[in-house]
Design a protein around this ligand. Structure first.
Ligand code: FMN
Length: 180
């Protein structure tokens, strides 16, 4: 199974990084790659539609140019985003905008049988606070024909990993149920 773990937080030792490290342990025997978006240099989608018109991948020359075509080779993608002002981080939004090239000129997804597990970590203790994030990400990612599962970990402190540490077993169980 090809697995891609995507960290959308800018923090090297934050809650998202903690989860990513645990998932690397969980899937140590698998073909696992990680993408730390904050370490990459990339622009937002330029809206040129070159990808759709020419049925190609993105023509923007930056760190995503080689990464985007490989996205569709994954069987399982995990995306971890902190809640920023009630939404995902700019790193993830900008990255997902560039996925425009992952549909062909007939608006058909280039993915085939890939699953995505979308994790939100947030300071607020109320899970509803991320409802719009999960609704939005489900809609967008399902439009790429991905099988989607969304999960929020509320009550995450900026200062420690206590909550993600406590919730990780439950999160891991949800992942197992989803991936099978
Ligand atoms: C710019 C910014 C905006 C944030 N906005 C929210 C918010 O609207 N709601 C919330 O619950 N937490 C908010 N937080 C808190 C983070 O979601 C929370 O600390 C999260 O655990 C950070 O993830 P990380 O440790 O992986 O970086 C915000 C943090 C930052 C830095």
């Amino acid at each position: 199974m090809n697995i891609l773990l995507i960290n959308g937080s800018p923090r090297k030792n934050g809650n998202s990084s903690f989860i990513l490290d645990k998932l690397k342990e969980k899937y140590s025997g698998e073909n696992v790659k990680e993408l730390i978006l904050n370490d990459l240099l990339y622009k937002g989608c330029q809206g040129c539609l070159s990808c759709r018109k020419n049925n190609s991948y993105c023509v923007v020359k930056d760190d995503l140019q080689d990464i985007l075509p490989k996205m569709i080779e994954n069987d399982f993608i995990v995306i971890i985003s902190p809640n920023y002002y009630g939404f995902i981080t700019g790193q993830i939004k900008t990255f997902l905008d560039r996925w425009y090239c992952l549909k062909d000129s007939n608006k058909m997804s280039k993915f085939n049988d890939t699953k995505v597990f979308f994790i939100v970590v947030q300071g607020a203790s109320n899970r509803d606070h991320s409802e719009n994030i999960l609704d939005w990400s489900k809609k967008v990612l399902e439009s790429f024909n991905l099988k989607y599962y969304g999960y929020t970990i509320p009550g995450c402190s900026h200062e420690n990993h206590d909550m993600v540490q406590m919730k990780y077993p439950e999160l891991s169980m949800h992942i197992n149920m989803f991936v099978g």
